[in-house]
Design a binder for this molecule. Structure first.
Ligand SMILES: Cc1cc2nc3c(=O)[nH]c(=O)nc-3n(C[C@H](O)[C@H](O)[C@H](O)COP(=O)(O)O)c2cc1C
Length: 260
């Protein structure tokens, strides 16, 4: 390992420790400086919205938590079958569903997954290919109303998505592929330099809930961390390239879903 690589690796380790010399307790976070809090969810674009059903208890198979954990596995082969809107709705509820808004100004979301300081910096995008009654395309989940908005009218995305996912065809062509982004400032506002490790921890909880929720309805998923950042950001219309703005948003995790 040359000196430059070693230096970069050590810097990344500092990130895991949530430590940097510039953050040795000297500079207060934006929250401590009483700067305005960032919005807890991203507003919709104003395009038409599809409300999702919330009565999905009947689709959950009779498996207990022990069985769900024991049977969880990464699944990379899916049946060539549509999933229903109820099934998709259940997976969204399990991964990012909001239970209620808290705080004096309703500025905090409490969800079905935990998040450091309940900052919930993630947004969910869906590359939909085979969901009953939903035209293929790229959608954005609006957790406040448990609904979907069309993000990009691009029904033939599979080749580009596969390329963005490092050629992993099973992930680019699945009935639905979850792509989670992060809006880092939501967490940085409170935690400054410690925010980055918290956001990565948060992402793990979201994906694990997806694994277990899939297992409960006879579906399978596989966490995907091998992707090309610029290609994936470009598909979602994010600026890409090195971070430049405080209102950055970029992809951080991917998970295709289909019936086992
Ligand atoms: C952070 C993370 C990234 C992963 N990235 C990929 C990936 O890009 N492609 C893939 O096929 N599997 C990926 N996996 C799945 C692992 O390969 C899988 O979890 C591991 O082989 C253990 O198998 P199991 O999940 O069935 O227990 C990833 C898993 C995690 C947690």
């Amino acid at each position: 390992m040359n000196d430059k690589t070693r230096y970069e690796i050590l810097k990344h380790r500092e990130m895991m420790k949530g430590y940097s010399p510039a953050d040795a307790g000297l500079e207060p976070t934006d929250q401590e400086q009483k700067l305005p809090f960032p919005a807890p969810v991203k507003e919709g674009k104003g395009s038409s919205v599809l409300e999702l059903p919330l009565d999905f208890e009947d689709i959950v198979q009779e498996k207990n938590l022990f069985e769900l954990i024991q049977e969880r596995e990464s699944c990379r082969t899916y049946k060539d079958e549509n999933l229903t809107q109820k099934e998709l709705s259940f997976l969204l509820w399990a991964t990012q569903g909001i239970r209620h808004f808290a705080g004096k100004m309703k500025q905090v979301t409490l969800r079905n997954v935990p998040s450091a300081g309940s900052r919930h910096a993630m947004e969910t995008y869906l590359f939909i290919h085979q969901i009953e009654g939903i035209p293929a395309g790229i959608y954005h989940y609006l957790p406040s109303g448990h609904s979907l908005e069309l993000w990009e009218d691009r029904p033939d995305y599979t080749e580009e998505l596969t390329e963005a996912l490092a050629g992993q065809k099973f992930a680019g062509t699945a009935p639905v592929t979850f792509v989670w982004s992060v809006i880092p400032y939501r967490t940085e506002w409170r935690y400054g330099m410690k925010a980055h490790r918290y956001m990565l921890m948060d992402a793990g909880h979201v994906c694990e809930n997806l694994y277990l929720a899939c297992e409960a309805i006879g579906c399978g998923t596989c966490a995907v961390g091998a992707y090309n950042q610029d290609l994936l950001d470009d598909l979602l219309g994010f600026p890409g390239g090195p971070s430049g703005e405080m209102d950055d948003e970029f992809a951080i995790y991917v998970a295709p879903v289909g019936r086992k």
